[in-house]
Write a new protein. Structure first.
Lengths: 114, 528
């Protein structure tokens, strides 16, 4: 799989996270990101799977997260809650929460959201 | 009266009620405040009315590798460094004056509330008009986000902007009154103490022809800036070994600046971008820059020093991963360093090929062609941090001599690992706060290599020199007392940011002026 561009990454993150529109990912600042509800299953699956692949390519694995943070921070697709409660992982500079990263890694491992 | 000391006859002597050494923001403010007393004020400036190499070169001094040469950051002529001041001004925060258990050697001998009335009087000097009673009214567009920011541990704050006031030009005519004498091109050589170390008897000054003169006054105020104030005391060691006020070895120590690092890109929601606009609010013809700041609560809970983060609107070119990859590829090719993630870099380059092409065109003088390059691409965050007071950051004397024959100073400066860690922790807290509130995501611009090995190379400075003659009620902990008088001396005071025990994240000029007005009130009482 081809490495995603930063814009693609931001689109995926923005599309998956309620209210995190991440304006930079869209062509104009005024253009609002699609709400997660507006995503169909395929789009959601592609975004989570893509992020999981990107995390793995950057050396982030479930095992590595276990070693660094223990198993306390469970996988969650709720990015805002994960930001609130979990420690952060730095991936290519992006500061993302552990639970959300686990969620994406699991989807990548399983070939998509189950 | 204006006297060019370079043209004065041999054997000249000067006498005044108050002698102020240094005509920068502090010295000029003090002279202005003392005009109504009718007392004879002598204002001494080492440079002339305009810039000259002979004066400016006296600022040249050795310093640690990472620190900037003061000859580039300060100006040595009438008006001092306000002659190139950028104009950013604001009051310090109340927390800046507190003794914070997690900041060793913190704590001012006065509180924010003690200084607040003097801030009100300082604002007209720096020509920003009256302080706003409530800045919230100007943050109307941001109000929907202010609550979220606060919940995330941060807040939007307004800055004030001076025109900027060039104190020399602005006030020289006001100082043309009968009780003020301005002596230019008069360099302080020594402060001459009495044998019992209780007071100062005189100053020795020198012009650029090596002619000397003696100055006597009832009170002396040294206002030469954060580096030179300490150096002047260290050089005056004929009675007190180590220099005036240096019985406990504190003079020159605790040197602080404001490290600034462009550390991250913030990608917020489109609505937030619209509310933030360009990060500037216009009000009654005044420009007020916006910045994000950590809340007191977040600072206390996480034991951090104060910090602010202006969000600078950045174009897609500026934040382009493809352009960044081009730089890294170029660097790898020129240095022979191994390039990791080659496929990712190539992918970035392909994804941003249009931006890279446009950047190349503009670098070669072609006019803008691809509009997308100028579109919004995120906010660049330059973080300005409060530096913890550190005894080992200091001004010391060397054995090299300047053109006047005085020992040069040297700046010893370092940024301990703990402060780099603070930066990283602050960025993490910002990312968590913004993510949890649904306001956006953060990408650090600094790699592990940058954090561990290149951090100092990447730092910029506010060029705000502070702390070298710190104030404390306790003579064991400070050079000057809460009235800015050197401990144990009856008639010598220090003015300027060298008396700040801690430096906040805020540019110091507003607080320098406020503290100087407070000093003027004290001197008025003594003169009465």
């Amino acid at each position: 799989m081809k490495s995603p561009s930063r814009r693609t990454l931001l689109r995926w993150i923005g599309a998956l996270a309620p209210a995190i529109g991440v304006a930079a990912a869209w062509e104009e600042a005024g253009q609002t990101a699609p709400a997660p509800d507006a995503l169909d299953a395929n789009q959601r699956n592609a975004a989570v799977f893509g992020l999981g692949a990107w995390l793995a390519r950057n050396g982030i694995t479930s095992e590595a997260l276990d070693r660094q943070h223990g198993e306390a921070f469970r996988a969650t697709g709720d990015l805002r809650a994960s930001f609130d409660q979990d420690p952060l992982v730095e991936v290519d500079g992006f500061l993302l929460p552990v639970g959300f990263c686990r969620h994406c890694l699991a989807a990548y491992r399983d070939g998509g959201l189950t | 009266m204006l006297i060019d000391f370079n043209d004065a006859p041999d054997g000249a002597a000067f006498n005044a009620d108050i002698c102020i050494v240094g005509a920068g923001a502090a010295g000029i403010t003090l002279a202005m405040e003392l005009i109504p007393t009718g007392k004879r004020i002598l204002l001494i400036e080492g440079g002339g009315l305009k810039f000259s190499d002979e004066s400016q070169s006296l600022y040249r001094m050795p310093r640690d590798r990472w620190y900037w040469d003061p000859v580039r950051s300060r100006l040595r002529f009438f008006g001092g460094s306000t002659n190139h001041w950028e104009g950013s001004c604001r009051t310090f925060d109340p927390i800046d004056f507190e003794t914070r258990s997690w900041v060793p050697d913190s704590g001012w001998p006065i509180s924010y509330h003690d200084l607040e009335p003097y801030y009100d009087r300082a604002f007209p000097y720096i020509e920003v008009g009256a302080r706003f009673p409530d800045e919230r009214m100007l943050l109307g567009d941001l109000n929907p986000y202010q609550k979220k920011l606060v919940a995330g541990g941060f807040q939007a704050r307004l800055g004030y902007h001076s025109p900027p006031t060039r104190f020399g030009k602005r006030y020289i005519e006001d100082l043309d009154v009968s009780n003020i004498t301005i002596l230019t091109r008069a360099n302080l050589m020594s402060i001459n103490e009495s044998a019992d170390r209780q007071s100062v008897n005189s100053l020795t000054i020198c012009n650029y022809k090596q002619q000397k003169a003696t100055v006597t006054a009832k009170y002396y105020v040294v206002a030469l800036g954060g580096i030179e104030n300490a150096r002047a005391l260290l050089l005056s060691d004929s009675v007190t070994p180590g220099g005036i006020g240096n019985e406990r070895g504190l003079v020159g120590r605790y040197f602080m600046d404001h490290p600034v690092i462009e550390g991250a890109v913030f990608y917020p929601t489109a609505d937030f971008v619209r509310a933030w606009k360009t990060g500037v609010i216009e009000y009654q013809s005044k420009t007020h820059p916006l910045s994000l700041e950590a809340s007191d609560d977040l600072l206390r809970r996480n034991q951090l020093t104060n910090a602010r983060m202006p969000l600078d609107w950045a174009s897609k070119s500026y934040t382009s991963l493809g352009i960044e990859s081009v730089h890294q590829i170029e660097k790898a090719l020129s240095t022979g360093r191994e390039l990791h993630e080659v496929l990712t870099h190539l992918s970035n380059v392909m994804g941003d090929a249009d931006l890279i092409f446009e950047q190349w065109r503009r670098n070669h003088g072609f006019s803008p062609w691809i509009a997308r390059a100028d579109e919004y691409g995120g906010f660049v965050m330059s973080i300005m941090m409060e530096q913890r007071p550190d005894r080992d950051n200091r001004i010391v004397l060397t054995n090299d001599r300047d053109a006047l024959g005085l020992r040069k100073g040297r700046i010893a400066w370092r940024l301990p690992q703990s402060e780099k860690d603070d930066f990283k922790r602050l960025l993490g807290l910002f990312a968590k706060g913004m993510g949890a509130q649904g306001l956006g995501v953060v990408r650090s611009s600094l790699s592990e290599d940058d954090m561990n090995r290149r951090f100092e190379e990447l730092i910029n400075f506010g060029h705000h020199h502070m702390g070298t003659t710190r104030a404390s009620a306790d003579p064991k902990r400070g050079v000057v007392d809460p009235d800015q008088r050197i401990h144990g001396r009856a008639n010598i005071y220090i003015a300027g940011s060298s008396v700040f025990p801690t430096g906040s994240h805020v540019p110091p000029t507003t607080t320098i002026v406020a503290m100087t007005i407070r000093l003027a009130d004290h001197l008025k009482k003594r003169l009465a």
